[in-house]
Design a protein around this ligand. Structure first.
Ligand code: TRP
Length: 431
């Protein structure tokens, strides 16, 4: 069976060399592997959370789309689309929102960071938090679950979001799947290489550190200028240099074969000057990026070509999303009035099984009872101070059946031992 890989890029800026080496290049390489079905998209709904500059959103989306294609993405082979061209995604977001615990969203890193920043600045905790930011992980879960992705390559900062997508998907399956999984539960894939490319100052290359080397933007000139700013030690030409741990060398590695890497290191040990080394680095990067930049410029000059590719991509994505959403709508009960069959069958099946009911009485205490498939009372629990204790007994009875019904079990038998044992056995068959 093929494995589905999906990833999105938020469209709030242009991409740098770190995005290329860490995300785009490996994603494209993986998309060429047999047995891999790839889904790549511009996360422009996500961009609205962070950015209220319409022109910037539009420009960034276009630039990122052109970048993917210029870097060698084969739009015929993969499914390549704009998130905002798939109206089924916000619709699924709502279905998921309704089964997402607010408490879990309270724990999302992005939200907590915004709260911490506000508090540190002496503001109200939620001062800078839109509902979009707060429920950002639900939209992301919809992106992933819509296409039943198995693997989601992301940076480390996104792992929590994938876990949230798993939780939400699992909950939805449990509530509405009627025993089968509606959603595939995704796994985050974090490649060591993904975090690897250092920026000009040696820290991870990131816009927020202002240490990036642009990928296509600004042409070869901008590349040269950025490389000139890479921090090195102050050894002079002719002095032997230690290549290890130098940002410049690590960046070189990302664009070089093993032989070229060895030769570059040897040259530095032999006294190659940093200025010279930077020229070599520019040439090395340019060898890979230069031809792509020409394609990038061409695509940017022909938005109608890009638009056509993305329209085709949206059609491909929606060919999956539309029928799947129909199934999901039916599963939650949004159905034509004329269609009752699926629930009727499921209900009949459900009614044929005994059930545990947990409830709380006016006395504030917690209880449970076991009812037969026909609805007669089989077991009645005593009062529990804690709902959790009642729940644990239910779980134990379901798991172990009549064996758990010891003499001191906190339940009263309301039917014959045989009827009770038979009802309890049904849970074990189910499991
Ligand atoms: N939140 C991701 C980021 O900022 C982008 C994104 C949106 C994404 N939806 C996604 C990534 C789905 C992977 C899968 O990096």
């Amino acid at each position: 069976m093929s494995s589905r890989v999906l990833t999105g890029i938020t469209t709030t800026g242009t991409l740098h060399l770190g995005n290329y080496v860490g995300a785009i290049r490996p994603a494209i390489a993986a998309s060429r592997t047999a047995g891999v079905e790839s889904f790549f998209f511009m996360a422009d709904f996500h961009a609205l959370i962070k950015c209220d500059e319409p022109d910037r959103i539009a420009r960034s989306s276009r630039a990122i789309a052109a970048t993917w294609l210029a870097a060698g993405l084969d739009a015929e082979r993969v499914t390549f689309y704009r998130q905002s061209d798939i109206p089924e995604i916000p619709e699924l977001t709502w279905l998921l929102t309704c089964v997402t615990a607010k408490g879990q969203m309270n724990r999302a890193h992005a939200y907590k960071a915004a709260v911490d920043a506000a508090v540190a600045a002496g503001e109200e905790p939620d001062a800078n938090v839109s509902l979009g930011l707060f429920s950002y992980p639900v939209l992301m879960a919809a992106d992933i679950l819509m296409f039943n992705a198995h693997k989601v390559p992301v940076g480390k900062d996104q792992i929590q979001h994938i876990e949230m997508a798993r939780d939400v998907g699992q909950r939805f399956n449990h509530l509405f799947g009627q025993g089968k999984d509606l959603f595939t539960l995704p796994e985050a894939v974090t490649d060591a290489e993904m975090e690897l490319l250092p920026g000009l100052d040696g820290r991870k290359m990131s816009k927020s550190y202002d240490n990036v080397i642009p990928l296509f933007e600004g042409g070869a000139k901008a590349l040269q200028e950025a490389v000139a700013r890479i921090v090195t030690d102050s050894k002079l030409p002719g002095e032997p240099k230690d290549p290890e741990g130098q940002a410049l060398v690590t960046i070189f590695d990302a664009f070089a074969t093993p032989d070229e890497r060895a030769a570059f290191r040897a040259a530095l040990r032999g006294g190659l000057g940093w200025g010279e080394a930077k020229q070599q680095l520019v040439a090395q990067i340019e060898g890979q990026i230069g031809p792509m930049r020409a394609r990038y410029a061409e695509l940017m000059a022909h938005p109608e070509q890009l638009e056509a590719i993305l329209q085709a991509g949206a059609a491909k994505a929606r060919a999956i999303a539309i029928p799947f959403l129909k199934t999901l709508r039916e599963a939650v009960g949004l159905r034509p009035y004329t269609q009752t069959a699926t629930t009727a069958i499921a209900k009949a099946e459900k009614a044929a099984l005994p059930v545990f009911k947990q409830y709380r009485e006016a006395d504030g205490k917690f209880y449970f009872k076991l009812l037969s498939a026909g609805g007669e009372l089989l077991l009645q629990s005593q009062a529990f101070e804690q709902g959790r204790d009642a729940g644990q007994w239910v779980a134990r009875l379901k798991k172990d059946g009549a064996v758990a019904l010891t003499a001191d079990a906190p339940v009263q038998r309301e039917a014959s031992e045989a009827d009770i044992a038979a009802a309890l056995a049904a849970f074990q068959e189910e499991a």
